[in-house]
Ligand binder design. Structure first.
Ligand code: CMC
Length: 446
């Protein structure tokens, strides 16, 4: 949500005396006028309930499928200006954080609102690092999955299962308990993800190494084979860390909304995180990075790009990694990722799919179909190329999104819990089905 601005310019016909922060609505069905308050450039749909045709009328509601123009909460966490292509966590620009911060520091910022002091960061990192191990029984669940099970399916299931190991996590209004579950979730997500990956390869699981950084340890759990001590490649370790910073939060997207929605019923944070991870899995959300790579492979060569774009324009396909509900400009994360791709290629070799991606982008940015709809590359367009070059299979791409997004989900969840205006999520509907009808006996049905 772009925070609405207050005190916008008055038009020339509005004098300071006549200006009121209200909206006057005329109901042309009755000729009656209503005045509703405006705060932060928004009105409250509940104020419309007084608009009625007669006393028996339920009153006016708003209809907003997919919440295109409805703010479901007030939030202090993440600011996006979709027209300008701006993204900030707690007021800090994504560009500056990507350059100067680390994922764990950024996660702390997102969760607690301020950059940590030296000792706060040391304490935070210590606790995350010391919550990376998972109960041995988790390995038994993993064993039950098929060798080719999608790692997102395994991740969703094992995160939900954590709820059964930590029943005290249901004490959601206890700040100490919330903090403990936060350490556990952020600490254990990489372990669950890496275990899922190793299971799919049929390789022995690698336990966390507390001497390594958050991303260094993750690489260790994924890729260690016979070495006594795994040494992550510093370029790849830092690249992953920056990608984690870029994915840490993105305000009220589909998965944050799932986190808040499930959390609003006072479910424990593991169940809510499993729901958010499931929402992220979809190809229109965090699953898009996997689909981008599949699309580039399907296109196969630069020469085939025009034919593919033609199919997209005919409505037969989507150009995966393009478009965004909020960004109507280049996604600022995509700009950083595109630059990083070249740095990674210097270490691991050029990924030939980059040429197909660049040609898709070149054609799309010039083509009227995309220009008119303001469709630009989003964060998922170039990440897959980096992940593939780092040796990840495509099925792991959405998992690489879910791990860092966990900090954002928890921050959104906690903000929702502590917001006195929030209640259980329960939208209204416009019923368009049958009116009352009588039960039809079986022999009378057609
Ligand atoms: N390729 C072709 N046409 C598109 C695309 C695309 N990727 N995205 C949107 N459009 C068209 C869409 O068909 C519609 O055209 P028309 O006005 O003729 O009906 C118009 O652009 C507006 O699109 P929309 O579907 O109303 O936009 P939305 O805000 O509902 O959807 C979106 C946003 C991200 C789901 C969509 O752009 C999309 O499906 N993109 C591909 C999937 C993708 O890359 N998702 C990752 C999003 S960024 C990471 C994250 O935060 O999850």
């Amino acid at each position: 949500m772009t925070p609405p601005k207050t005190g916008t310019l008055m038009n020339s016909e509005t004098s300071a005396e006549t200006r009121r922060d209200t909206l006057t609505i005329t109901d042309n069905r009755t000729g009656k006028q209503y005045e509703v308050p405006i705060k932060n450039d928004t009105i409250r749909p509940i104020d419309l309930r007084k608009i009625k045709v007669n006393d028996a009328d339920f009153g006016m509601m708003t209809y907003d499928p997919s919440f295109s123009n409805t703010a479901s909460c007030a939030s202090k966490i993440t600011y996006i200006d979709g027209d300008q292509g701006i993204l900030r966590y707690r007021g800090y620009s994504i560009e500056e954080l990507a350059e100067k911060s680390t994922y764990l520091e950024t996660a702390y910022l997102i969760l607690y609102g301020e950059l940590p002091t030296q000792s706060q960061l040391a304490d935070w990192s210590y606790h995350i690092t010391h919550h990376t191990f998972v109960h041995e029984s988790i390995k038994k669940f993993l064993d039950g999955f098929h060798y080719d099970a999608h790692p997102m399916g395994m991740l969703i299931s094992t995160v939900a299962a954590l709820s059964t190991f930590y029943p005290e996590s249901k004490d959601i209004f206890n700040a100490e308990s919330r903090r403990k579950q936060t350490y556990r979730l952020i600490g254990k997500m990489p372990t669950l993800a890496a275990f899922s990956y190793r299971h799919s390869l049929g390789m022995p699981l690698v336990y966390p190494d507390n001497d390594l950084s958050y991303t260094g340890n993750f690489l260790n759990m994924l890729f260690r084979t016979t070495e006594l001590k795994y040494k992550p490649n510093p370029t790849l370790e830092r690249t992953l860390d920056i990608l984690f910073i870029l994915h840490a939060d993105h305000e009220q997207n589909c998965s944050s909304t799932a986190m808040r929605g499930v959390g609003s019923s006072h479910a424990d944070p593991y169940c809510a995180t499993a729901a958010a991870t499931a929402a992220l899995y979809g190809p229109l959300h965090g699953g898009a990075n996997e689909q981008v790579l599949r699309m580039l492979l399907e296109i196969g060569s630069v020469n085939n790009v025009p034919a593919y774009v033609k199919q997209v324009k005919a409505g037969e396909k989507l150009l995966m990694g393009f478009g965004h509900r909020i960004y109507k400009n280049y996604d600022p994360r995509a700009k950083i990722v595109k630059r990083m791709a070249y740095e990674v290629f210097e270490t691991v070799g050029r990924n030939p799919l980059i040429d197909i991606a660049l040609e898709c982008e070149r054609i799309a940015l010039e083509d009227e179909y995309f220009v008119k709809r303001k469709l630009y590359p989003n964060v998922d367009f170039y990440t897959g190329l980096i992940y593939q070059s780092m040796g990840f299979p495509v099925t792991m791409f959405p998992v690489l999104f879910a791990i860092p997004r966990t900090s954002g989900w928890i921050a959104q969840w906690e903000e929702m819990l502590l917001d006195s205006e929030q209640k259980i999520a329960r939208p209204r509907q416009v019923y368009t089905g049958y009116d009352l009808r009588s039960y039809t006996p079986m022999d009378a049905r057609k």
